[in-house]
Design a protein. Structure first.
Lengths: 279, 340
């Protein structure tokens, strides 16, 4: 009877588990009040940094979409705002699992009748919500400094936001798998972040890169994510950035199940070796 | 509804080992085939529905490992575990829905959340919703006398409160099977008594739950358990009801013999008798009382009778239940001898 009930586990049960994990993480984050508010102060500093950098560099067509001339402030402010999503996607899952190991709650969570995929993917919900709030605030704060968002195509932006999260989150889940195995947050996400900063088009357009690096850039999700997001904020329709959308969709479709299989394999290995409760 | 006569837990030939070392240097040295330490050896065990089975053993015997296997937090190297007929390796979610685990480890809650927030989280993951969740939190915490501290943060709790909160969490989803790992480890003697009474009277007798209790406290096992499984070095050395464990498990019978008249040669004779086992003597009001432990067999009893027949006038002779510590020691000794 229990087995039947579980097989019929409704979407409601999954959502309830996701909500419980979200609320847990929100409560814990808000219990560290100084850290929480300092994150918002950092948002303010980031806008200022982008603004003063933008004043050093002249507007150029290289910063715009479709040959449209843009200011460097517009270019870099948007990129830095959405780079936060990549960092969140890369770090949040691994950090959540690491914190569970340290607190000793990982086993207590894994003994509940909730699927592994729900547990690991929900572990990033609060972080994504917080990042979305901070990114929105960052962009709003940037408007008085001269960021031009009046042409933004909301549909394109939202589609690319979802695709960015779906495409980069699997890398974070792989990082979380490494935490289950090695009990340390590895260099994986720092490597990806570093690579993205250099060749992902965050601080300068990919078109400026030599061919080998341009190819590497094309392989990175952040390149397509930023291209689409920036395009959407500068008024590009979904059709105009469809190649980036397609790349992100295909990559998500492959990476998400692969990363979840990775995580399941890591948990199974830990169960075999008796290291699930270790930290 | 589960009949109390059927096995709700079936463990068949389960063995479990762990790598001797987890560091990368060892891994490289053995090219990935790191030697393993045997934690459980060929365990076969049935637990009936509504039974309280105590896993009794010294630290490191394999009790927690066995509980973790049952809770699907670990995977056996060989063998199978079926919970209520469901294979634990193949259908982990279904098995987890039937189990409430109370770990001995204090680190299993979120320190910065209150007791209520912790229970809300784990209860929601266990599938409880809104009104039911609130009601179950109230019931579970009341049952372990915790309702007054629900809105205090976990990091402000004493070890005893933390232990009782772990028990409340295990009860939240009203599981049919409870796995309790040293539930009175960190509590004071009065609280321990209260928890033991709650486990025996409320959980087992009134609610009919199946309880597996891992403990290294002899009196706890003897007081609570329907059956005791003595575990040593990963093997079950003996299993049976506490009243008969000395015969079925330790293979000993203990007799109390009262001698009316002191006999100068008595001690020599008792030493002779005790070639079968052990003895001790106490003198009370001019009589000598000897408690003799011998092998539980008709032949040993005959030998004992023959040996005492000339040792003075025997006023009384009766079989008695030996002290738990004696039984436990004998079982451990037997397992040691068998494994060496």
């Amino acid at each position: 009877m229990i087995a039947v009930a579980l097989r019929q586990q409704s979407i409601g049960s999954v959502l309830a588990a996701c909500w419980a994990i979200f609320v847990r993480d929100a409560r814990i984050a808000l219990s560290y009040q100084l850290n929480f508010w300092l994150q918002w102060v950092t948002v303010l500093f980031s806008v200022g940094l982008s603004y003063f950098l933008g004043r050093l560099i002249s507007p150029s067509a290289a910063f715009g979409v479709g040959g449209h001339q843009e200011s460097y402030f517009d270019y870099v402010a948007i990129n830095i705002a959405f780079l936060r999503f990549q960092q969140t996607a890369l770090q949040s899952f691994a950090l959540a699992i690491r914190e569970s190991q340290m607190a000793g709650t990982l086993e207590a969570t894994l003994v509940t009748p909730v699927k592994l995929s729900v547990i690991v993917l929900s572990a990033g919900l609060w972080a994504f919500f917080n990042t979305a709030l901070q990114t929105g605030s960052y962009l709003l704060l940037a408007i008085p400094f001269g960021l031009d968002l009046h042409r933004a195509d909301v549909v394109t932006v939202l589609v690319f936001l979802v695709l960015t999260v779906l495409c980069i989150a699997p890398l974070g889940v792989v990082a979380a798998s490494a935490v289950i195995m090695f009990k340390q947050i590895g260099p994986f996400e720092f490597f990806i972040t570093g690579l993205s900063n250099v060749v992902g088009g965050v601080y300068f357009p990919v078109a400026m890169l030599p061919l080998p690096l341009a190819i590497a850039a094309w392989l990175l999700p952040i390149t397509h994510a930023l291209n689409g997001l920036r395009g959407g904020l500068q008024g590009a329709s979904l059709a105009q950035v469809s190649s980036d959308a397609l790349w992100l969709t295909l990559a998500s479709a492959i990476l998400l199940p692969v990363s979840l299989a990775f995580f399941a394999a890591a948990v199974k290995r830990a169960k075999l070796d008796g290291t699930l409760g270790q930290y | 509804m589960i009949s109390t006569s059927q096995s709700i837990i079936e463990i068949r030939s389960v063995s479990k080992s762990f790598p001797l070392s987890y560091d990368i240097a060892t891994w490289l040295r053995y090219v990935g085939r790191v030697p393993r330490r045997q934690a459980l050896r060929d365990i076969t065990l049935d637990v009936r529905a509504g039974e309280l089975l105590a896993l009794l053993g010294p630290n490191g015997a394999g009790k927690t490992t066995l509980l973790k296997l049952l809770a699907t937090l670990s995977i056996p190297d060989t063998g199978s575990i079926r919970i209520n007929g469901i294979d634990a390796a193949q259908h982990q979610l279904e098995v987890r829905a039937m189990i409430g685990l109370c770990p001995s480890e204090e680190r299993s809650f979120y320190y910065r959340l209150t007791a209520r927030q912790n229970l809300e989280f784990f209860g929601a993951l266990a599938g409880l919703r809104r009104t039911t969740l609130r009601r179950r939190i109230q019931e579970a915490t009341q049952s372990v006398n915790l309702d007054g501290v629900l809105d205090r943060r976990y990091d402000s709790f004493s070890s005893g409160v933390r232990q009782r909160l772990a028990l409340a969490r295990a009860l939240l989803a009203d599981p049919v099977i409870l796995l309790l790992d040293e539930p009175t480890r960190a509590v004071d003697p009065l609280q321990a008594l209260s928890i033991r009474k709650f486990i025996q009277e409320e959980l087992v007798k009134r609610q009919g739950k199946t309880v597996i209790l891992a403990t290294n406290l002899l009196e706890e096992a003897w007081q609570l358990a329907d059956r005791i499984a003595v575990i040593h070095d990963g093997s079950i050395g003996a299993i049976g009801p506490p009243q008969t464990l000395h015969e079925s498990g330790a293979g000993i019978a203990v007799y109390e013999i009262v001698f009316d008249r002191p006999d100068p040669d008595l001690e020599v004779r008792l030493r002779e008798i005790a070639r079968f086992g052990t003895y001790d003597i106490s003198a009370v009001n001019g009589t000598l009382t000897a408690r003799v432990s011998v092998e539980a067999s008709p032949a040993a009893l005959t030998d004992l009778m023959r040996a005492i027949s000339g040792a003075g006038s025997v006023r009384g002779f009766r079989p008695i239940n030996p002290e738990p510590a004696h039984v436990f020691g004998q079982v451990i000794e037997r397992v040691r001898k068998a494994s060496s």
